[in-house]
Design a binder for this molecule. Sequence first.
Ligand code: HEM
Length: 412
Amino acid sequence: MRQDEIGHGVAEDYDPFGKAHLADPHAFWTRARRERPVFHSDEIGAWVVSRYDDALAVLKDHRRFGIAIYRARTSSLTPETLAILATNPVTARSLIEIDPPGHTRLRGAITRALSAQRVAAMEPRIRALAGALIDEFAPLGRADLQAAFADRLPVMVIGCLIDVPEADLPQLLRWAWDRVALLFGEVPPDAQPALARGSIALTRYIQDLALSRQENPGDDLASDLMRAVAAGEAPLDAQEAAAMLRTLYFAGFETTVRLLGACVLRLLADRRRWQALLDDPGSIPAVVEESLRMDGSVMATVRVARETVELGGATIPEGALVHVVLCSADRDEAAFTDAASFHPGRDRTVGHLAFGFGVHFCVGAPLARLQMRVALEELVRRLPALRLVAGQDFRYAPSLLLRGPQQVLVEW
Ligand code: HEM
């Protein structure tokens, strides 16, 4: 084969919503890294970056690669649904949508408010929430662990983080899923307005919470957010605080939901891994780290090229979207020895990119790690006999950005 023919077909074969890719994207990414590490996809309208070093180069360089967001597919939404969504009361941009210098002020405020002490103090609460969920299904002997546990815990944890009354948590859970279903699923027209109202109700709820904490500050994250201002900088106003709380809510829940399901699935798929946790629960943090590398729930993130850039043998033109495939980077053989195998506690020379890198590195990473550890500790302690129900198919929702099983049937 001639040199210029190698890699031919990679871009054409990229089919992110195809059945085979959804079931297992990694065969494709192994080939892309080898044959054509940076390519343009007409399918998604972006340059796709699959190698670790190239992904890192993009994420490190916020001057040449600015933050961008994929617009959720709104083309299938009805005019009535769009009119409801247009009543969104919180229009301030949040830190995930802007770059320095605007980003720096918002990031400083959330970094101080989401301090290590605040996260550590949440452990007993997270353990109690996980325990209460397990209490609900433990007597049954069989459950969908995704629906009964992984889909529910992270929303409750975020609810605690932003200090909403416990009685409101079930409602917040429903609203949060309304939004996900509406913006990322295929919803028939007559079901859309109710989901849109749920999504807006959640934003209103968060806005009211920010306003009430501005009027009556307390010892909670939202109040700290408005107080936590570096010298010489303007404090966050209630709009900005509401936008930040909403971002925490959205960035913090489905990501953790998907990782939790994928991690439990990986551990049970080879029960020696589960047994290793039973034998040594102290290994859980290393398992979480390796699961982040191999099952990272945020498959990709997106940037825009601020100037024409040479990367991985391709020329990315100014203004183009750049799709950085974190899940591919994290299995790059050039960065991780025996990259396709699960080795908790592996020797690392480089860190995984499951939480991103650079200025937009995940602000919730310590909370996500804590939550994963506590959830696994409680499952191991309470349901040591946990195993997968035999013969089930694992389905993954069509998404460019997030990945995790939709259902994990278990018995014990
Ligand atoms: C396993 C769970 C999680 C994963 C895999 C994850 C992954 C990520 C990634 C990859 C980014 C960087 C996006 C980019 O560079 O474009 C990010 C940013 C962010 N994450 Fe997470 N995340 C998780 C949990 C959380 C939680 C629990 C919270 C909230 C408490 C959170 C809040 C955020 C926020 C606010 C940002 C934006 C930071 C910025 O722009 O400066 N995440 N996350």
